[in-house]
Ligand binder design. Sequence first.
Ligand code: PAF
Length: 281
Amino acid sequence: MRVVESIKGMQDLSESLRRQGKVIAFVPTMGYFHKGHLKLFEEGRKRGDVLVVSLFVNPIQFGKGEDFETYPRDFERDKGLAEEAGVDVLFTPSAEEMYPEGFQTYVTVERVTKNLCGAFRPGHFKGVTTVVAKLFNIVKPHIAIFGEKDYQQLVTVRRMVKDLNMDVEVVGVPTVREDDGLAMSSRNTYLSPEERKAATLLYRALKEGERLYREGERNGRNIVKAVESVLRRESLIRIEYVKVCDPETIEDLETIEERALLALAARIGKARLIDNLLLSP
Ligand code: PAF
């Protein structure tokens, strides 16, 4: 596995891979790998001739008072896991090179970023789309792979790619869960044993919403209420939002016609966790 630190080094390598006719699959990450990342790498391995993974904790997608400084980081561990997973190139740029003095160009996707996390984390998606656009220009991938746990992020990146005619195929990969249903996340490491136990309710609450949907409930408000009432059983959980929305536009749905995204965000101790289920016949 090659570790590439400089932007020019990565651009030159990608250019030469493309000239050799290689299909470049790309997984952008902020590191601290878990099984969810490994699943994305596996998908990348299947779809491309060369798998490039970026490891960059992107400062501009964190708001004031968020966890940029404390975000878990362990480069040596990540390097070992990436190597074992068959990653060909690990791209680890510095913040100084990504955002040099004078940097002032951002990518904003307007409507799909308004609801859900966008409403609670102003500037977050602008930071995500800006860094992903930059990474696409540096890595020049044919295929880019994202997890469905960050569903709004996936929809936002798809929108950006479409609107800006980027020549990249965006692939979504289903959420990987612990045995008790908790969605894998680097932020799960913030949880104490007691909080970790409480966190299992997030998935159970979503499953309750799904159960109602399967029984024929199509009123978004009723599904939200049922999910919230499961979450309220646990005093360690502070609900940020529970929403039923359109999976493409990410706008709230009063009545579900066919498909819907049931999404939630909650704080447990120091962790802000998100999860979702796609309600589909
Ligand atoms: O999902 C993430 O880890 C990040 O938002 C991403 C896509 C790597 C951009 O920094």
